[in-house]
Design a binder for this molecule. Structure first.
Ligand code: SAM
Length: 923
């Protein structure tokens, strides 16, 4: 069941007469429990309650209480030994009049009248395995409204399939936006009389829904007719009482889809919600999924939390405004000038979705303006911040509509909050005609025409000079003409995932600037456009982005185009988890990059600690890897720049599945133990190495070939390789058909091999490197150091190396993709003394011994961050301690410090290396 279906089910349960006997089962059914599960609970087989209620293991303990005894019953549930033993996450007690529940982990509780428990729908969602973040969970209204609109949307499309077709979709979306506006307006007195829209629908539309569309259409027509034109419009009396709204929202066609009985009742249900509780930044994010066929039913998928949005907006411009507010103190003139500055700040989000960045920016500016007004003793002074200064571009029509609506609602709510309800109503209607959210492709549109530079404005007048000390002259702001801040969270989309149209957007933008543009993530387009925009007008910009544009090869493609063009990185969040909706999105790792061309800006790197605390460091430059230091490019190197052993790619089989074999295949070969010893080796690809899977391969030296061919099963396999290679169109592969008993390379350690998987999960705290003996062959899904010194394993297993790889190598989504020429050969290591090497060797041995102690656990088992054994953690910790002391004389404080040191060392070593000139390298 998805969240929408659950909302529907619990609403029906709450509306039905309370059934003491069946409530626990009906409640569990509403959260998607299957009949068989409920049957087992009813039969007592799986019911673990010790209080006569229903206890579902790992889930919930429910008890129906005697009338008036809900609180005591809940206390009993909390104290019940079964609740603990069977790990209930929730307890719930109800007597049919009130309902109380607690989430035991967090201690969060709810208590409400029984019919209202669906209002706490978000609280219970984890019962269906849906975890949502707190902000959404606590905004039951937004969830329920979205859920109901969702149902209405689906029902209308069912009845009006033509409205679902591409040509009419925009009309459908516009219709939904109009409805949302009406529901909001009727509950907030914008329609003068509370509940007017729903009440009119209920009265004027027939129960069989045959004229619902006509009634709505007349109401819309009224809202599009100015009061002075009403007499000629011949509106029915019941429609004429609706105010003139327009503002583009009700202009154009007043066509309305036809309603079935069900759709009509859904419509009335939506009207029964209390729309005053709408939270435009949450609601907008959720509602946009309604119009998306693939995402409908998923609530809050795109919700970006306010703290995350503020990570962009605060350093971009809000921090500065707050600082200026502090500096102004009670100086009325300074405050006035700041207010005038606010009125000319434009915030532009060229991938605005439902407008959440714009809404938050607007609300924040209003808060600052309010503080100014209070300090100037002008509480209630009308806002001078025009909503139209919050501009956006959005590709999807419905999201663009919602963005506009969300801003209108945000403005109204701010007016109520800071000016009062009456004042807010007085200025609300009619809506402004300006269309400040453009629906279109941001990479094709001219940003200057959507958000033109304002030019120089009037010099600020000290119009309350009498109130200010006479020596104060009007303040010149750096940008008299108004400031523009570009921000947002554009689509990331790696090069392999871009569709034809997105590729062509990037081609248009980049093909004349660089040759390797095809490797860029789609988000790069927004950085480039922001950079171009800033050629014509001063504007700072900041976007959330995948951190891959600041790693590996994309660094050298994108950033010179920006950093060599007068722009610099003003602030950055190098890397943090951007978790939207936990159940759907384990959290992409993102960066935030802020750009400026004003040399006055300070430069700051922000770091979010695991605790959620944010700290920052000021620095003189932030390079494209988002590290404090010189602008530098880590270049592939054909050999290590430090004194390190050679790392090579493992052996490439090119065997058509003939040289490699499973354990079963090996048995089928029917070899003697002597033949096994001579011709067979254990084979390690990355899955075999990390997950301990067993695979083998033929490994036949030229000297042994004659004896091997005597074994028919081996001869057949070798012939298979020969035929496969001969059939190739690649000349090199065909040439290899001459020695079909062998892989392309025949590299193996005489004693041991250090193994480095090419791709591995970034969730592990350490790279899953290790050691195999001389009876093993390493495949090309790994890199290998044959007979390398053990201290190099210590380097590879260190946090320092993992951090380096995370930044300099290309990432595959969230996985690490190791490259020897970019990751190992560039890794800067100080000169190691014999003592250092001996210490590091011991550290590597300790790590291996710690793993041994858990035999037969695999690397995947051992390095699961949630269950990593303590002794192994300790061995790694010691390894890091020893290595970091070699680099710094102490432990590094964090990864930022690690990277700064590594980049500094690299820069010095690269300078030396350049003098010797490096040869080009390929992985
Ligand atoms: C990651 S969402 C961010 C939206 C919003 N700021 C948020 O946090 O929910 C990216 C938005 O960019 C829009 N988009 C995608 N490609 C676009 C393009 N070429 N031009 C304009 N918008 C685009 C998508 O429809 C989506 O709404």
């Amino acid at each position: 069941m998805n969240a929408v279906e659950i909302e529907q089910a619990i609403t029906s349960l709450a509306n039905a007469a309370f059934d003491r006997e069946n409530f626990p089962y009906d409640f569990l059914a509403a959260f998607g429990n299957k009949d068989t599960t409920l049957k087992r609970l009813r039969a007592g087989v799986s019911n673990k309650s010790d209080l006569g209620g229903v206890l579902q293991t790992n889930n919930i303990h429910i008890a129906v209480a005697p009338l008036g005894a809900v609180t005591t019953t809940l206390t009993a549930l909390r104290a019940s030994p079964a609740t603990t033993r069977y790990k209930a996450k929730f307890i719930l007690a109800t007597d049919g009049e009130t309902l109380e529940a607690e989430e035991l982990d967090s201690g969060d509780t709810i208590a409400c009248a029984y019919p209202d428990f669906p209002d706490h729908f978000g609280f219970f969602l984890p019962l269906a395995g849906i975890s949502i973040i707190r902000q959404i969970r606590d905004n039951a209204f937004d969830i329920r409204a979205t859920s109901r609109l969702n149902k209405l949307y689906v029902e209308l499309l069912k009845d009006n399939p033509d409205w679902g077709a591409a040509e009419r979709r925009p009309e459908m979306n516009h219709f939904m936006a109009r409805l949302i506006f009406c529901f909001f307006a009727e509950d907030t007195d914008i329609f003068h009389s509370s509940g007017l829209f729903t009440a009119t629908l209920e009265q004027m539309s027939a129960r069989d829904a045959s004229n619902t569309h006509a009634v709505i259409s007349e109401i819309f027509r009224a809202m599009n007719t100015a009061i002075d034109q009403r007499s000629q419009a011949s509106l029915p009396r019941w429609a004429d009482i609706f105010p003139y709204v327009n503002g583009g929202l009700f202009s154009g066609s007043v066509a309305v889809p036809r309603f079935s009985r069900i759709a009509r009742s859904y419509l009335l249900h939506i009207g029964q919600l209390d729309w005053t509780q709408i939270n435009p930044d949450i609601f907008g994010s959720m509602i946009q999924a309604v119009a998306d066929d693939e995402e409908r039913g998923a609530l809050g998928m795109h919700y970006t939390s306010v703290p995350n949005i503020l990570k962009v907006l605060n350093p971009l411009f809000l921090d500065d405004l707050r600082e200026k507010l502090e500096e102004a103190g009670d100086n009325k003139l300074k405050l006035l000038n700041l207010r005038k500055r606010l009125a000319r700040i434009r915030v532009f989000d060229p991938a605005c979705g439902s407008g959440n960045f714009l809404v938050i920016a607007y609300k924040q500016l209003r808060e600052i303006e309010h503080a100014i007004n209070e300090r100037r003793d002008e509480k209630g002074y009308p806002s001078t911040i025009p909503l139209t200064n919050f501009r956006g571009i959005e590709l999807r029509g419905f999201s663009a509509e919602i963005a506009r609506l969300a801003l209108i609602i945000a403005e109204y709510q701010c007016n109520v909050r800071y000016l009062g309800q009456r004042e807010a109503l007085a200025v609300f209607l009619p809506l402004s005609q300006d269309n400040w959210i453009t629906c279109g492709n941001a990479l094709r549109l001219d940003w200057l025409s959507i958000c033109p530079p304002t030019g120089t404005g009037t010099k600020l007048q000290g119009d309350d000079l009498f109130a200010a000390p006479p020596e104060h002259t009007p303040i010149d702001f750096e940008n008299e003409g108004g400031e523009t801040y570009i921000c947002g969270n554009p689509p990331y989309i790696g090069d392999k995932k871009q569709n034809e149209s997105q590729k062509s957007d990037l081609r248009e933008l980049f093909a004349h600037r660089c040759t390797q543009w095809k490797s860029l993530d789609y988000v790069s387009g927004w950085f480039m456009k922001a950079c171009d925009y800033a050629q014509n007008t001063t504007s700072d910009s900041a976007f959330v982005s995948t951190n891959s544009i600041c790693q590996g090869q994309q660094v050298s493609i994108l950033w010179p185009l920006i950093l060599d063009n007068g722009r610099f990185i003003k602030f950055a969040y190098p890397s943090f988890k951007w978790s939207n909706l936990a159940s759907k999105n384990a959290g992409v790792t993102v960066s935030i990059v802020g750009l400026s061309s004003s040399s006055l800006s300070s430069r700051k790197i922000y770091i979010e600690e695991d605790s959620g605390d944010i700290s920052s460091i000021e620095c003189s430059n932030i390079n494209a890897y988002l590290i404090s230091g010189k602008n530098i490019e880590i270049k592939r190197s054909s050999k290590p720049i430090s004194n390190l052993p050679t790392m090579t790619l493992g052996n490439v089989p090119y065997d058509g599945g003939n040289l490699l074999m499973s354990s079963n295949d090996l048995e089928v070969l029917g070899l003697s133990s002597e033949q096994r010893r001579r011709f067979i080796r254990r084979f390690y690809g990355s899955a075999e190495f990390i997950r301990g899977l067993e695979r083998h391969c033929l490994w036949i030296s030229d000297d042994d070939l004659k004896d091997a061919l005597v074994v028919p099963s081996i001869a057949t396999r070798i012939e298979g390789v020969r035929l496969m290679r001969l059939a190739s169109t690649d000349a090199g592969t065909v040439a290899m058909a001459a020695r079909p008993h062998q892989m392309r390379e025949m590299n193996a350690g005489l004693e041991k091999t250090i193994v480095v998987p090419r791709v591995s999960s970034e969730n592990r705290l350490f790279l899953p490197v290790g050691l195999v003996g001389n009876d093993s062959v390493i495949g090309d899904k790994n890199y290998a150091i044959y007979d390398g010194p053990l201290w190099s394993l210590s380097l590879l297993a260190s946090r320092l190396h993992r951090t380096w790889i995370g930044v300099v190598c290309v990432r595959l989504r969230t996985d690490f993709s190791y490259g020897s020429t970019l990751g190992w050969n560039t890794f800067p290591v100080p000169t190691l003394t014999e003592k250092n090497k001996a210490d590091l060797t011991r550290c590597a041995e300790n790590i291996l011994l710690a793993r041994e102690a858990h035999f037969p656990a695999t690397i995947a088992d051992l390095y699961n961050p949630d269950t990593m054994p303590d002794n192994l953690r300790a061995a790694h910790d010691h390894n890091d301690e020893v290595l970091e002391r070699i680099y710094l004389g102490r432990r590094f404080k964090n990864d930022t410090e690690r990277l700064e040191k590594l980049f500094d060392l690299y820069t010095k070593m690269a300078v030396k290396q350049n003098k010797k000139t490096t040869s080009p390298a390929v992985d």
